[in-house]
Structure formats: structure tokens, C-alpha cells
Design a binder for this molecule. Structure first.
Ligand code: ADP
Length: 481
């Protein structure tokens, strides 16, 4: 679990605050209930004392010595109800003491005599065995002037049982409530952060090639909405900047095209002249070569810029990628054989895709040309096409020089050459793969490369297959040469 995440921190805060609030609530309820029960018991004990005094002691002198005892036993059954009752006549001493309760909760004879300070109030008395008694006391003067002290008590654990019950309830329900709150809080946070997830996912998918796309705007009227709107504005600005750069490259290439063609024609004219000395002919020939190279670069640059800017009208024909790859491979077989390279093509037919035939052919040509270019004599190059689920897969692999791990992420960039000397010698300007990538993107295709330096490379193009019903994939037709 990521403890630094917003989701975790807010949930933790929320749970902490809730736990704190519940704790304060629990403590207040506990203390409040304890006070109330204490007060209520005191009141009951006081009422008992008063009722014994008014109903029984007011009849002093008593009819017989056991009369008071019988009356109290009958009215209050102290032993049965675990009550302590004592009547004291200060001049004589204890004239009534209740018996030990049935459950043996306390021994009434152990309760110390009142010391006279707690008139008409109550006190807590601790007895042997850890028992505690709450004893209420009232002084009474009978109509004949005789003074009495009446005490009535109950075991204090009656209050403790209720409080203990409350504690158990809290102990069971509070963790449950807190877990429920944490769970639902986490879920709610997850839900409310889902739009941010969506924005992140969509933002991840926006590259220089699809800057026209926008992020979903979350209509919450708060920071989230502002964030998505601001990001969209930023993408818009980036889009404009990219378009500006593309337009500039396209315009510059376009402007260079004509003077370069003129220069090339002029040089060709001069080269054909017979009155030149051999040295000058050589120099003119080399200038012509460079001009041709420059023209090629300008053409490639113009093609990429136009593709990137979406200015090129792509044909959308239904075509068999297998057949296209097979025929292109055949045309290039000679090039491989000249270099002593074993050239294999392993192509399934009836792999229908939608696209621009000449552009896709350019992809195949560039990939095969590179494979041949970067594979030494007696190496192997293989072209394959197959259907894989809903995609058509074109693969060009070789066992040539390979690409280093540092160079691999850059091979599709414009003017990038992993080995500058080798690439330039073979006429490469580092634009071939940039064109391939631009065409693939325009076709909604994905291009991947895997390579190991010294062991070869594999370029894989994945294009969406046309509806399977239109393809007869069941046919295992394979053309292998
Ligand atoms: P270039 O015209 O220089 O070949 P590309 O854009 O076609 O330019 O390729 C870019 C770089 O990628 C090349 O300079 C080369 O270093 C590397 N590369 C491309 N294809 C292969 C391959 N099949 N084997 C090894 N390296 C390759």
C-alpha cells in the first residue's frame, strides 16, 4: 500500500478524526452514565431511608422488640434483594441489621458505623474481599423525640455491571464502526479520484502525433475541472507549436526543392560537357552526388512533415498485406543476394488491412533495406506476415549488427543514426525509420523494435486487421521462399 498517496493520507486522517471523535463520545457517555447511575442510586437509597423512617420509625415506641425487624423484612426483603439496611438508635446502638444476602455479596456486620459526618448523604464503603457498598444514610427524630439513624445500602457492582456492559458494547462496535468508515472512506476516495485516473490514462496516450486529442473535462466546478481545462489548454498550445514546427519544416523543404532540382540539372549539364578536364569532372560528379543526397533528404523531410501535419491524403484501400509484402520482398531479393545474404520470406496471404498501398510498401521497403544494409555478408534477413487475433503483424528481422540499448529508444527520431559513419557511408541520413513511424502512425499501426547489439534486430509492425469475416484466416496458405 502506498502510504504517501492522497487516498491513503485522507483516509488515515478521516479514520483518525473519527476514532478521536468516537473516543471522546465514548468517554463522555461512560462518565455521564456513571454519574447518572450513582446519582440515581443515591436518590433511591435516600428515599428508602426516608420511607423506613416515616412509615416505621414514626410509630416509636414499637409494639414489640421484633416488630421493626419483621416490618422491614416484609417490606424490603433485604437478604433476597442483596440490600443492606441498618437502624441505629444512638443511645442504645444498632436496633436492626439486615441479614447477609443470599449470594453472599457482602457481610452486613462488616459495614462500619457512620461517624456522624455524612448526615443525610451517602458514602462508599470498601469491605473485605474487594466488595464495595454504596450506603445512604438519614437521621430521623420520631414524634416521641427519639433519634434514629437509618442506613440503606446496595453493592456498588450494580453500577459497575452496567458500565462494564457499556464498555463491552463500545469495544465491539467502535472498531467495527471505524473499519466501516475507513473502508467506505477509501472507496469514496477511490471513486472521486477515478476521473483523475482517467485524465492520467488519457494524458499518457497523448504524444506529438495525436495532439489534436483532448482530455475529458470533469464537470465538478472545482480544482479538478480547472486542472483538466488547464491541461487541455496546454495541449492546445503544444499542438499549435508542433504544427508551427511541422509547417516550418514542410515549407523549408518545399522551398529547397526547386533550387536543388535546378542545381542538380545544372550540374548534370556541366558533367556532360566534353571540355572539362578529368579533375573537374570528378569534382562535379561528387558535387552532383551530394546534391542528389540533399534532394533525397529534403524529399524525406517534406514527406515526414506532411505526414506529421496530417496534410497527406492517405488512401484507404482494402489490401492484402501478405501479398504486398511478398511482392516487395521479391523485388528486393536481388539486393540481398548481391550482398550474399540469405533472404527468406514467410508470408501468409489473405491478411487484409485498410491503408495506402504505396505508403505501406514504403514501410516494407525501408525496413528490408535497413535489414540488408545493417547485415554483413552471409547473414540472414527474414520478412514475415501473419494474422494474430485482431491484428496483422509484419516482421522484418535480421542477424546483423544490431542496435545498442542506448540507441534503441532513438532510432525512430529524425536524423538519428546509431553508427554515424556506417550509416552515412551507406547513404543513410537517419530519416528512413522516421518516415516508417510517421506512416505507421497515420495508419493507426504500432511499430516496435527489439534488438541486441551484434546479434540482429527485429522490427514489428502491428496493423488493425479488417473484419475477420472479410478475412479467410482459416486458409493456412503460406508463401515461403
Ligand atoms: P538510416 O538512413 O541512417 O539507415 P534510419 O532512420 O533508417 O536511418 O535508421 C536509423 C538508425 O537505426 C540507423 O542509422 C541504424 O543505426 C539503425 N538501424 C535501423 N535499422 C537497423 C537494422 N536493421 N539493424 C541495425 N541497425 C539499424
Amino acid at each position: 500500500m502506498n502510504t504517501r498517496s492522497l487516498r491513503f493520507r485522507i483516509t488515515a486522517w478521516y479514520a483518525g478524526l473519527l476514532a478521536g471523535a468516537l473516543l471522546i463520545f465514548g468517554v463522555s457517555v461512560y462518565l455521564g452514565l456513571e454519574r447518572y447511575l450513582y446519582w440515581d442510586l443515591q436518590r433511591t437509597l435516600g428515599a428508602d431511608c426516608r420511607s423506613i423512617a416515616i412509615q416505621l420509625l414514626s410509630q416509636h415506641p414499637f409494639r414489640s422488640s421484633d416488630w421493626l425487624s419483621d416490618e422491614i423484612e416484609e417490606a424490603y426483603s433485604p437478604a433476597l434483594n442483596a440490600r443492606f439496611i441498618r437502624v441505629i438508635q444512638p443511645e442504645i446502638g444498632v436496633i436492626y441489621l439486615s441479614g447477609a444476602p443470599k449470594d453472599g455479596a457482602f457481610d452486613p456486620s462488616q459495614v462500619p458505623l457512620p461517624n456522624g459526618n455524612e448526615k443525610n448523604s451517602s458514602r462508599k464503603v470498601a469491605l473485605a474481599g474487594g466488595h464495595r457498598l454504596l450506603v445512604g444514610e438519614a437521621e430521623y427524630t420520631a414524634p416521641d423525640g427519639t433519634k434514629f439513624v437509618v442506613e440503606s445500602g446496595v453493592p456498588y457492582h450494580q453500577i459497575e455491571v452496567v458500565l462494564h456492559g457499556l464498555l463491552v458494547t463500545f469495544a465491539v462496535y467502535m472498531p467495527f464502526l471505524i473499519s466501516l468508515a475507513v473502508g467506505s472512506g477509501y472507496w469514496l476516495m477511490r471513486r472521486s479520484l477515478q476521473p483523475v485516473d482517467e485524465i492520467t490514462r488519457r494524458a499518457e496516450g497523448i504524444t506529438s502525433t495525436n495532439l489534436s486529442e483532448r482530455l475529458p473535462v470533469i464537470r465538478t466546478g472545482d480544482e479538478l475541472e480547472r486542472l483538466s481545462t488547464s491541461l487541455n489548454r496546454m495541449i492546445e498550445r503544444l499542438d499549435e507549436a508542433f504544427q508551427h514546427i511541422n509547417r516550418f519544416s514542410a515549407d523549408a523543404s518545399h522551398e529547397l526543392r526547386t533550387p536543388l532540382t535546378v542545381l542538380q540539372l545544372e550540374l548534370e549539364g556541366i558533367a556532360q560537357s566534353h571540355c572539362l578536364n578529368p579533375l573537374l569532372t570528378d569534382q562535379i560528379g561528387s558535387a552532383l552526388e551530394e546534391t542528389q543526397r540533399m534532394s533525397q533528404i529534403v524529399e524525406s523531410l517534406l514527406a515526414i512533415s506532411r505526414l506529421d501535419a496530417g496534410e497527406v491524403k492517405m488512401g484507404k484501400a482494402r489490401l492484402d498485406l501478405g501479398q504486398l509484402a511478398a511482392s516487395t520482398a521479391e523485388q528486393m531479393r536481388l539486393l540481398a543476394e548481391e550482398k550474399g545474404i540469405l533472404f527468406r520470406s514467410n508470408v501468409a496471404v489473405d491478411i487484409y488491412v485498410e491503408g495506402d498501398r504505396s505508403r505501406l510498401q514504403q514501410v516494407i521497403v525501408n525496413l528490408i533495406a535497413n535489414a540488408i544494409k545493417y547485415t554483413p555478408e552471409a547473414g540472414e534477413v527474414e520478412v514475415s506476415v501473419r494474422g494474430n487475433g485482431r491484428t496483422a503483424v509484419l516482421e522484418v528481422s535480421d542477424n546483423g549488427v544490431g542496435i545498442s540499448a542506448q540507441a534503441l529508444p532513438h532510432v525512430f527520431e529524425r536524423f538519428y543514426r546509431a553508427d554515424k559513419a556506417r550509416s552515412r557511408n551507406s547513404g543513410g541520413a537517419g530519416l528512413g525509420l522516421a518516415i516508417v513511424k510517421a506512416i505507421c502512425t497515420a495508419h493507426g499501426a504500432e511499430i516496435k523494435v527489439s534488438s541486441q547489439e551484434g546479434h540482429g534486430s527485429r522490427f514489428t509492425v502491428e496493423l488493425p486487421l479488417l473484419d475477420v469475416s472479410e478475412n479467410d484466416l482459416a486458409k493456412p496458405a503460406l508463401r515461403t521462399h
